[in-house]
Design a protein around this ligand. Sequence first.
Ligand code: SAH
Ligand code: SF4
Ligand code: F3S
Length: 458
Amino acid sequence: MLPTKMTPKAKKVFIRTYGCQMNVYDSNRMADVLAPLGYSTTDTPDDADMVILNTCHIREKASEKVFSDLGRLRPLKRERDMIIAVAGCVAQAEGAEIMARAPFVDIVVGSQAYHRLPQMLEEVKNKRRAIDTDFPIETKFDLLPAPRQEGPAAFLSIQEGCDKFCTFCVVPYTRGAEYSRPVDAILKEARDLVAQGAREITLLGQNVNAYHGVTADGSVIGLGALIRVLAEIDGLARIRYMTSHPRDMDAHLMEAHRDVPQLMPFLHLPVQSGSDRILKAMNRGHTRGDYLRIVETLRGYRPDLALSSDFIVGFPGESDADFADTMALAEQVGYAQCFTFKYSPRPGTPASTMDDQVPEDVKTTRLLALQDLIARQQRAFNAASVGCSFDVLLTGTGRNAGQLVGKSPYLQAVHVNADPSLIGSIMPVTVVSLETNSLGAVPAGTAQIDTGRAVARR
Ligand code: SAH
Ligand code: SF4
Ligand code: F3S
């Protein structure tokens, strides 16, 4: 521990984040943990005293990157004193292997243990390497400092871990069992974020809608009720959540899309496959019909709801007919955007040893076909926005002079000419043009600087 009156020497930490939004949240929190030790963040390893690779284990390519990045850091470390830490899901899954294969790594810390980084740095100071991939009894959330927020769009982790055990997925092993933070802790963090300028909060969880947190009076509430509670916070204009699982899409949550105007009309709801046979082999616990019924109900409540999904092509045993079912499902739903992946066999998961692994070239052909369909849907969705009016949360400056960039209710990037003092406010706009990766818009009214009750219009 540092003596309380000593000011720590100014140091720099470079954090590289791979993988999902939960890792982005964790990286920010690691920066918060290190700040009292004198570390500020830098965006290059070249001037860093400490480098943290916050890693992802989800597909083979993602986890291989860790070792190639470590290879590039090694010469830097030879030149000067530098602490190298590996965090995140590869650290959790392969911590001992990293320690053995990369002797120049000083710290290996899992996703549930990074609140202990200060103690681990003490170890390193004493010339010892430190590894901590525990799932501690204490939860990191109770021990982390209050988050620092920059900008109007914030992330807030409310749930972690997964009990679903889809047969292709490493997350239940790297992130552990489902855990939901208590309601009061979430409310406090949300209020803190809003006080620091956040206008939009995205609630995060590996299975965010499996949320079941305790309230102050000891009862347990789900995500639908939590969203209603958060919507009462003055100044919080927008609420989103991700990633949700079709199995946990209960009636109360779906009704929140009808009743809570702050809940934005965009939902990431991964389906993975359109074939019932493959969904069963994946152990998804829902059918194609279940998914389509959820989409229908949600669109009944919120006709302008935009959807996105994750898809895996080439899961073991996937036939041409199964893949045709996936294409047909995507056609039927009509997505605003999607993430598409080739199945990647992961060590220790049941699917990795299934017969009938699909050849790489077949996976590639299917991926390209699906990506082509999704790209067409995305273009059509964006093109349909031209002429529409809606509110945009202005998040920063654009590339051109006088231009600001913001987010539509449907998560599209929008450019509009406006004064930089308006960053952080919500401005009604009319979309006038379709650009390559964004929409061009003109103001359609006065920006609301200080109200938490912005209603999306389309
Ligand atoms: N909890 C979320 C997703 C977490 S992982 C859910 O259930 O939807 C993010 C995405 O990575 C998954 O939705 C899936 O599409 C993809 N993914 C997971 N494991 C994979 C694997 N072995 N190969 C390819 N893609 C995978
Ligand atoms: Fe992985 Fe399935 Fe859990 Fe999502 S629900 S994290 S895909 S095991
Ligand atoms: Fe990757 Fe871990 Fe997220 S494996 S997708 S960083 S939960």
